[in-house]
Design a binder for this molecule. Structure first.
Ligand code: AMP
Length: 159
């Protein structure tokens, strides 16, 4: 049941200076940071990360958005981490993301607007959608030596 998931704070989150606020939500939920780094990816790497979206009409805008500045890449660990993190992050479109979720509280972009402008929806975060996706994405972004095992105080209360 203990899982790891890949999270990216995308360039909009980094440039808006809310890395700390986003990170604190995951920390407060008791998730453990197993790995973390700031990285500016290029188009080639973007195609690997977003391979599932390459043929979508919004891919060009998505690639431009994810390569326009550095992202914070991290691996978070915890019980049902993939599902719990998606719950904290909220649904893809900030317009309809409920209050209390990161996307609902810190953004308000809509598909209606991004479709018109031909850009990707700015929603601050990427979070792996499934355990399989998480395993693949963690391998793409991190080497084993960049991931750490250590004890947090949460383990006393969770496990
Ligand atoms: P996902 O892998 O579901 O996180 O999708 C990748 C990213 O593409 C999302 O986080 C959005 O930034 C963007 N995106 C997804 N669907 C759309 C869409 N219909 N229109 C514009 N951008 C989108």
């Amino acid at each position: 049941m203990i899982e790891r998931s890949l999270i990216l704070i995308k360039p909009d989150g980094v440039e808006r200076g809310i890395i700390g606020e986003i990170l604190s939500r995951f920390e407060k939920a008791g998730l453990k940071i197993a790995g973390m780094r700031l990285v500016h990816i290029d188009e080639k790497f973007a195609k690997k990360h977003y391979k599932a979206h390459i043929d979508k009409p919004f891919y060009k805008g998505l690639e431009k958005m994810i390569t326009e500045g550095p992202v914070v890449a991290m691996v978070l660990e915890g019980l049902h981490a993939v599902e719990i993190i998606r719950k904290i992050v909220g649904p893809t479109e900030p317009r309809t993301a409920p209050p209390g979720t990161i996307r609902g509280d810190y953004a308000h972009h809509s598909y209606e607007y991004t479709d018109k402008k031909g850009i990707a929806v700015k929603n601050l975060i990427h979070a792996s959608g499934t355990k399989k996706e998480a395993d693949e994405e963690i391998k793409l972004w991190f080497s084993e030596s960049d991931l750490f095992d250590y004890e947090t105080v949460h383990e006393r209360h969770v496990f």
